[in-house]
Write a protein that binds this ligand. Structure first.
Ligand code: ADE
Length: 260
């Protein structure tokens, strides 16, 4: 996969792309990442990338021309058929909310161009021209750079061959629509806190069933919204009913919070 990140702060990415998962993916030849300075595509001596908004209003707006020229500069080397397939992604708080399934979808692409916006916003014609607009959450960042990093990290770890163990992906949060079960490592007893006996039992079937139920319990406690979408067996639904009943007895519960 090749990803180009277009930004007015390309140095922002220097450390993250040379550490951890991004470094591993690059070293294995599974990912090529380039950062491009949008200012290199301005034509005035101040290298200005922003301008006043038409119609007035607070702050400045990012000009379309340097952005389009930067996109063109990274795509021009490709034949037209390939260029059509490249995903051009604008990171913006008004984009579609990024989640694990979107990460999986983008992990199947060959070519992604990320555009980091700044200032009060970016000219509307950039919004219109890109193939995708993505937000990483309902909050406003000072620019698209942190969002681009989140996007690239979540996608890179899904690229085939990047992570060592296939299991660590197969079992993890969100893939099955549940949060992860609690994890423990040595020692078995730490400052009075014990690892659950079942994990020390060596009984693989029991351990697998404990993990599944604990995943459900965590999801019930922390993200009941995603539990509603998970596919569950009858025994698992009964387990949730029991959790509901416990909660009803313990502290009383709003009907709308119930998950089954
Ligand atoms: N730029 C500013 N805020 C953002 C957000 N929440 N997601 C993506 N890009 C952004």
């Amino acid at each position: 996969m090749r990803i180009d990140i277009l930004s007015i702060f390309p140095g922002y990415f220097d450390i993250p792309i040379n550490e951890g998962i991004l470094k591993i993916a690059r070293d294995k030849g599974l990912l090529i990442i380039k950062t491009i300075d949008i200012r290199d595509f301005t034509e005035d001596k101040h290298r200005q990338v922003d301008d006043y908004p038409y119609g007035g209003g607070p702050g400045m707006v990012m000009k379309p021309d340097p952005v389009f020229k930067a996109v063109e500069s990274v795509l021009h080397e490709h034949p037209e058929s390939w260029r059509q397939q490249a995903r051009t992604v604008l990171l913006t708080p008004r984009g579609k909310q990024f989640d694990q399934s979107m990460a999986a979808e983008f992990a199947g692409e060959e070519r992604i161009v990320l555009i980091c916006g700044h200032y009060e916003g970016i000219d509307e014609r950039v919004h219109q021209k890109v193939s995708d607009e993505v937000s990483i959450g309902d909050y406003v960042l000072s620019g698209g750079e942190p969002a681009a990093l989140v996007f690239v990290d979540a996608i890179t770890r899904l690229l085939k061959g990047v992570l060592g163990s296939a299991e660590s992906l197969a079992e993890e949060s969100f893939i099955e629509g549940l949060l992860e079960y609690p994890q423990y490592t040595r020692p078995a007893l730490y400052e009075g806190m014990k690892v659950p006996d079942v994990l020390l039992s060596g009984d693989h079937a029991k351990i697998a069933s404990w993990k599944r139920m604990e995943s459900i319990r965590q999801t019930y406690k922390i993200r009941p919204d995603i539990l509603k979408k998970a596919s569950l067996s009858q025994a698992e639904k009964d387990f949730i009913k029991a959790l509901n009943e416990q909660k009803d007895k313990g502290e009383g519960k709003d009907e709308q919070d119930r998950v089954v």
